[in-house]
Design a protein around this ligand. Structure first.
Ligand SMILES: NC(=O)c1ccc[n+]([C@@H]2O[C@H](COP(=O)([O-])OP(=O)(O)OC[C@H]3O[C@@H](n4cnc5c(N)ncnc54)[C@H](O)[C@@H]3O)[C@@H](O)[C@H]2O)c1
Length: 258
């Protein structure tokens, strides 16, 4: 119960790693606001948490809208009395060569991944300051925030921006005792990665650059988030924690894997 009596908002929590954060945080004692644009899946995740005795509500929120993000944070405070933890997890992928990225794709990916993270951080921070909470904001970056990837269009650039938003918000929030950190996952088995993970060529490439030789399960990333959100990480701010199976430590590719 490392997050006992905390209140957490998680965007993009209707499935994938966001769902894993929501379920694990609830197990650790937090009340959860499950936020997403996938209403049916979001309601199901919420019902699942409540069925196990947890506290949770579902709130529809498109993170590209300041009005909706603002209403989301207000909903957390009115429903559970405070706001302690926010995970800016919602994001869109972009697969293909950067030369093929259209204006429309670039605008959509940056609207969700960068502006959505910016709005989530800013609106969360306002509530934490107003409530005098020494809260924690966790952004979601990626290994491709620091290394290029010729299969992911403009997505790596959007995650690079998330890393700098993390550092910038961390500096701004430090005087308030609010920590702002990020997680940089390597490949994780979710709907977002279903295409690459089912393509034998991409899967082979992925394993060749992952020393642990496999993609992660969502719960392995959620475990990192519990630590960062907990008081055990009380001196950690402005950092991105890479849970990447060793990818960023690797220079040459791994010997051939199955
Ligand atoms: N899966 C991976 O391999 C991997 C690796 C590195 C980083 N990440 C990051 O982890 C996070 C979760 O990824 P995932 O793999 O679980 O993806 P996913 O596609 O399974 O889940 C993303 C969720 O975000 C929601 N979302 C999308 N646009 C939204 C919007 N405008 N407003 C609100 N919600 C919106 C989706 O509905 C979905 O539920 C993302 O930030 C992603 O970039 C994933």
């Amino acid at each position: 119960m490392r997050l006992k009596d905390k209140v957490a908002v998680i965007t993009g929590a209707a499935r994938g790693i966001g769902q894993a954060y929501a379920e694990r945080f609830a197990q650790e004692g937090a009340a959860i606001v499950v936020a997403d644009i996938l209403d049916r899946e979001g309601e199901e995740v919420t019902a699942g948490i409540k069925a196990k005795g947890g506290r949770a509500i579902y709130a529809r929120c498109d993170v590209t809208s300041r009005a909706q993000v603002s209403a989301l944070m207000d909903r957390a405070v009115t429903s559970f009395g405070q706001l302690d933890i926010v995970i800016a997890n919602a994001a869109l992928p972009d697969f293909g060569d950067v030369m093929d990225v259209t204006d429309d794709t670039f605008d959509k990916v940056f609207a969700v991944n960068v502006k959505g993270t910016f709005l989530t951080d800013q609106e969360a921070a306002k509530r934490m300051i107003a409530g005098k909470r020494k809260g924690v904001i966790i952004n979601i970056a990626s290994t491709v925030a620091v290394v290029g990837d010729n299969y992911e269009g403009c997505y790596p650039a959007s995650k690079g921006a998330v890393n700098l938003l993390t550092r910038t918000f961390a500096l701004s929030m430090a005087p308030h005792g609010i920590r702002v950190v990020a997680i940089g996952p390597g490949p994780v088995k979710t709907a977002m990665m279903a295409g690459p993970l089912s393509d034998p060529v991409r899967l082979k490439g992925l394993k060749a650059r992952t020393p642990l030789g496999r993609p992660a399960e969502p719960f392995e990333i959620a475990a990192v988030a519990v630590f960062l959100a907990s008081d055990e990480a009380s001196f950690v701010t402005g950092q991105t924690y890479y849970a990447d199976g060793g990818r960023l430590a690797l220079n040459y590719v791994m010997p051939e894997t199955n």
